[in-house]
Design a protein around this ligand. Structure first.
Ligand code: DP6
Length: 333
């Protein structure tokens, strides 16, 4: 796995630089669709695993003008999105120099926006005021990218939509990483940026998919089933609800007009392999996000076998491994 690059010379000279790292998270019960686009409030709750190994590291310093670099390059569109987000939460903020590095492919369905907004929120909060608790940081990060709210917490995390209109999302840890030590094996089938971002795709789903209302209606049931499975350390029950939620989310977007499918042939081949492995008695199930990578959730003792098998599937270009990790954190100065 590629490691994040070192500080740029411009920033390492600046004593008032704050650095934060956040890990991506992978939802087992999926977020898809928004109740409010203006506030980026999800229409449904979700339950996720925060990973270790994969990471976004973001350095922020006050500057004379706004600058944004992603993986060492100026990125105008991500910069615009990041600064518009910061203006909402820190109106009147100073100009900022932001440098962010991912040690994994960006915008390819590996949740880089989750770790990106979580690291950015924590770093800017610490640089400018430092007063927010985790729950408020999650509110803030979630308005940048819905899934980012979950990366503020480690282990297994549940996000519930607001209890009433205009309310806030509620995010909490349901298990520590060490309580249920699952492993992730990620079969990368394409490192290309996805053709349609999840924000735009969700908008199309809400506007055109005939299955959207049913998706929203049944979500609470899936969330409760997943949380109970985690509490009981019941891998089979967790596997069942994980695959159900994944397939329902992709079915909902297949119903978009025009239809939307993020998978490629290798994604489908990996689904079949996981099914065969589970039938042979291994603790493994799959989930897939807004991209063609397959994420296999495994019991630790079975992860090597799963990784070997998925690495041999035609079209799999890389296999990444991660276990469960901690929520976003600051580096000491
Ligand atoms: C398929 O959090 O990227 O990964 O709020 O529009 O930025 P925005 O969406 P984003 O969507 C994640 C969707 C998903 C499922 C999930 O992570 O729950």
């Amino acid at each position: 796995m590629i490691q994040s690059s070192s500080n740029s010379p411009r920033q390492s000279e600046n004593a008032a630089t704050v650095t934060a790292t956040a890990h991506p998270n992978i939802a087992l019960v999926k977020y898809w669709g928004k109740a409010s686009e203006a506030r980026n409030i999800p229409a449904v709750g979700s339950l996720s695993l925060t990973l270790d190994g994969l990471a976004t590291t973001t350095r922020v310093a006050a500057a004379d003008e706004d600058r944004f670099e992603l993986n060492g390059d100026t990125d105008a569109s991500m910069g615009q999105r990041a600064f518009a987000f910061l203006d909402q939460y820190w109106p009147g903020r100073p100009a900022l120099d932001i440098a962010s590095d991912n040690n994994f492919p960006t915008a390819a369905g590996l949740a880089s926006s989750a770790s990106g907004f979580a690291a950015l929120t924590l770093a800017v909060d610490s640089l400018l005021d430092g007063g927010r608790d985790r729950e408020s940081l999650a509110q803030c990060a979630g308005s940048g990218s819905g899934s980012a709210a979950r990366s503020l917490f480690g282990g297994v995390v549940r996000l519930d939509p607001p209890a009433q209109r205009d309310g806030d999302i509620r995010v909490r840890q349901v298990a520590e990483a060490s309580d249920f030590p699952l492993e992730l094996v990620i079969a990368v089938t394409s490192a290309a940026r996805k053709p349609i971002g999840s924000t735009e795709a969700m908008r199309a789903t809400a506007a055109t998919s005939p299955y959207f209302d049913a998706w929203v209606r049944d979500q609470a049931q899936d969330l409760d089933a997943a949380e109970q499975a985690v509490a009981a350390r019941d891998f089979d029950a967790l596997a069942a609800v994980t695959e159900k939620s994944c397939m329902k989310m992709h079915a909902v977007m297949l119903g978009n007009d025009p239809w939307l499918l993020y998978w490629n042939a290798a994604t489908v081949a990996c689904i079949h392999e996981v099914r065969v492995l589970r039938a042979s008695g291994l603790g493994v199930c799959f989930t897939i996000d807004a991209g063609p990578q397959l994420k296999a959730v495994c019991l630790p003792e079975d992860a090597d076998r799963v990784a070997e098998t998925l690495a041999g599937v035609d079209g799999v270009t890389d296999v990444l491994r991660a276990s469960l990790g901690r929520g976003a954190f600051l580096h000491s100065a």
